[in-house]
Ligand binder design. Structure first.
Ligand SMILES: Cc1cc2nc3c(=O)[nH]c(=O)nc-3n(C[C@H](O)[C@H](O)[C@H](O)COP(=O)(O)O)c2cc1C
Length: 197
């Protein structure tokens, strides 16, 4: 069951934009994020839920989509995310080096995206943006640093996993039908042998 959920929880970048994501569902996903492991149990991550149409419209152009798909500028009108969860570091709560917060962020967003998938909701972590532009748009206080933007919505594309081929190319790609292919390295390639006894 966990394997099926992990396999299904893929990055999706085209959505049914008109299909709104209900506020209680989004709050519930943040609840899953907040329950994740946290270095020093600092819990310095905070989350801003953005669903309002005009604000979504101003956030969208600040985000970078699918760098490997050179001929695809990102989701078009009608297929853009219907919600965002902006992941913030609250500097007043931080302890230790910021790298630790990035571990927390991975755990929190994976909890969130796994939970989302159980509701048929998918998304994309977006790290390609100018933090200053996003913080200004969102009117954030100085104590907040924008770490990651999660784009969310009900999917309007098919994503399939495949195995990385012998050429070692890890770039995702779109086929002629618009299906998004994500190469993953085979399990055998990920295992490192311990020293002989
Ligand atoms: C930390 C992080 C940052 C990412 N930033 C972006 C991004 O800026 N734009 C984007 O389109 N995808 C982004 N992604 C999504 C990855 O491209 C995606 O995870 C990868 O292609 C593998 O697909 P999968 O998530 O379905 O396994 C990011 C993923 C992670 C984990």
């Amino acid at each position: 069951m966990i394997e099926e959920l992990v396999r299904r929880t893929r990055t999706v970048r085209r959505f049914e934009e008109k299909k709104a994501v209900e506020a209680p569902l989004l709050r519930g996903l943040v609840d899953l994020a907040r329950l994740g492991g946290s270095a020093r149990n600092a819990q310095a991550l905070k989350y801003m839920i953005v669903t309002e149409e005009a604000l979504r419209g101003r956030l969208f152009p600040l985000l970078g989509w699918a760098g490997y798909l050179r001929d695809w500028p990102g989701p078009g009108p009608g297929e853009r995310p219907s919600a965002y969860i902006v992941c913030l570091l609250d500097a007043t709560l931080a302890r230790g080096p910021e790298t630790e917060v990035h571990f927390d962020l991975g755990i929190a967003t994976q909890n969130l995206l796994l939970g989302a998938a159980t509701h048929g909701l998918f998304g994309c972590r977006i790290g390609a943006f100018s933090p200053d532009k996003v913080r200004r748009l969102l009117g954030l206080e100085d104590r907040f640093k924008v770490l990651l933007v999660l784009a969310l919505g009900y999917p309007a594309e098919t994503v399939v996993l495949e195995e990385v081929g012998p050429d070692g190319d890890i770039r995702y790609w779109h086929d002629e039908q618009g299906v998004h292919h994500v190469p993953k390295r085979p399990l055998a390639d990920m295992l490192v042998d311990p020293p002989a006894a």
